[in-house]
Write a protein that binds this ligand. Structure first.
Ligand code: FE
Length: 263
């Protein structure tokens, strides 16, 4: 199985840099609502275009199709090392499973090797099948999403029940859902929350969708928040030395996710 994401998907990595910069700036701590708006207005065109496409095409039907396709885990077997092209970040002073979570959190981007377009791999995530929160970045782009015309999907709860829990909620398709599913039997639940929801910025940074959350989701939120600085950090330019760190990560991988797993 090929593992060179950079050569296979140059346009994904191009948007990743500018999108990463945008997200890192947008969610810097202590921003006011007005600052958010000013920041959004100054967005570079490639990032605006990215969000426009993402918000237009992430329909419930699209997500259900992707879940069927990828949650079957029939893409083949790989070790974590086989799937990793570069490593994200080293997290000191945290439980071992959390360090490993930092390392693997973006591995779901191998989706681009399966031919998925960038709008279905990266970007902030949001629930589909219910009304869009105005806390989602560029909510106006949803105007042309086909789900916008489906009355059932545009009520507050849509196809869900109040406080049904995020486990029941279909999130816009991307690398979070995929990696969370790939390691669902290997990693502790706190790690799965970090993996599944690290791009769900409307929730963990702006408190949207409280009416869909279960008590358990609320209990897990601090873990997702704890992880966010490392997600933002990993979008920066500094790339750790893979060779030096390999023995350390080898050890972690051997403990939690040994051998090949289904992708
Ligand atoms: Fe990510």
């Amino acid at each position: 199985m090929s593992k060179t994401a950079s050569t296979a998907a140059p346009d994904l990595l191009a948007i990743e840099d500018s999108w990463g910069e945008f997200v890192a700036g947008r969610y810097r701590e202590g921003k006011s609502e007005a600052e958010f708006r000013n920041y959004d207005a100054a967005v570079v065109p490639t990032v605006a275009e990215f969000y426009r496409t993402n918000h237009e095409r992430q329909t419930l039907e699209f997500v259900l199709g992707k879940e069927r396709e990828y949650f079957a885990l029939n893409k083949g077997k790989m070790t974590i090392w086989e799937a990793a092209e570069f490593l994200n970040t080293l997290v000191d002073g945290h439980p071992r499973w959390m360090v490993l979570t930092g390392f693997i959190h973006d591995l779901g981007k191998v989706l681009c090797l399966y031919g998925e377009p960038q709008w279905a791999v990266v970007g902030d995530t949001f629930p589909v099948g219910c009304a869009y929160s105005d806390k989602i970045v560029f909510p106006e782009y949803f105007a042309v999403n086909p789900d916008k015309g489906v009355a059932e999907y545009q009520t507050q709860f849509g196809i869900y029940e109040p406080h049904c829990g995020l486990e029941r909620v279909h999130m816009s398709w991307g690398h979070d859902a995929y990696i969370g599913h790939v390691v669902k039997d290997s990693m502790p639940e706190e790690a799965l929350y970090m993996l599944r929801y690290h791009s769900f910025y409307p929730w963990h940074q702006q408190g949207a969708y409280g009416y869909l959350l279960s008590k358990h989701d609320e209990e897990m939120l601090p873990w997702v928040l704890k992880f966010n600085p490392y997600d933002l950090y990993s979008k920066g330019a500094a790339k750790p030395n893979l060779k030096e760190l390999k023995p350390y990560y080898d050890d972690l991988i051997a403990e939690f996710i040994p051998g090949q797993i289904d992708w």
